[in-house]
Design a protein around this ligand. Structure first.
Ligand SMILES: [Zn+2]
Length: 208
């Protein structure tokens, strides 16, 4: 009884509030890049964003023309492309051509693609199989898009295309799963909050 279900196996999506903010062009840039990369893979959320854009357009009818939100996203994607070029195409994962990721901690490598006070931090993170990040919470929202592999945490299991949106109140301990570990694109606002002493040392050393 497949009913011709689409091939997409994406089970975790951005919140409606995040999608509407994306449509309105008001998301911080790091988040907009992660959501944009999810939209490339998710027809369902793309439809929601188009609907929100249409609704917003209807509301704005009669107002003076303003730059489209998609301009901001395109500019941001351009910056990501530039960063990707410098990083030897970190998006082309996994497989051919290991991206130039810097050592962060045992089992963790990363590359910071964007870091700005108002726009958040965007990093590409590669987590080795079975490696967990120390338990932490956040000073703002964290958006994580899985590009390859999978990770699991208290809120569920996330595979390619899945987006984990975690608010300030959530404390979690993501762990990479499967033989290939996990490669993800992570947008964060502010520094992470580590509870345990070991985690605080990790956070200070890694500036994460
Ligand atoms: Zn989606």
């Amino acid at each position: 009884m497949s009913g011709g279900a689409a091939a997409t196996a994406i089970r975790h999506h951005p919140s409606d509030a995040t999608l509407v903010a994306h449509a309105a062009g008001t998301l911080w840039e790091a988040a907009a890049l992660v959501v944009g990369a999810h939209l490339d893979r998710c027809a369902q959320c793309s439809a929601t964003v188009r609907l929100a854009e249409a609704a917003g357009g209807a509301l704005l009818e009669g107002l003076p023309p303003a730059p489209l939100a998609s301009d901001a996203l395109q500019r941001a994607m351009g910056r990501l492309d530039e960063a990707a070029g410098r990083q030897e195409h970190p998006m082309a994962l996994p497989g051919a051509g290991e991206p130039r990721l810097r050592w962060l901690a045992p089992g963790l490598r990363h590359s910071v693609l964007l870091r700005a006070p108002e726009e958040g931090t965007l990093r590409l993170l590669r987590v080795a199989p079975g490696t967990a990040l120390p338990r932490h919470s956040h000073r703002g929202t964290e958006l994580t898009l899985v590009l390859a592999g999978a990770f699991a945490e208290e809120t569920g299991r996330y595979g390619p295309g899945d987006l984990a949106e975690v608010g300030e109140a959530v404390s979690h301990r993501p762990m990479a799963e499967g033989p290939e570990g996990c490669v993800c694109l992570v947008a964060t606002q502010g520094r992470l909050r580590f509870g345990a002493l070991l985690g605080r040392i990790f956070g200070a050393l890694a500036r994460i």
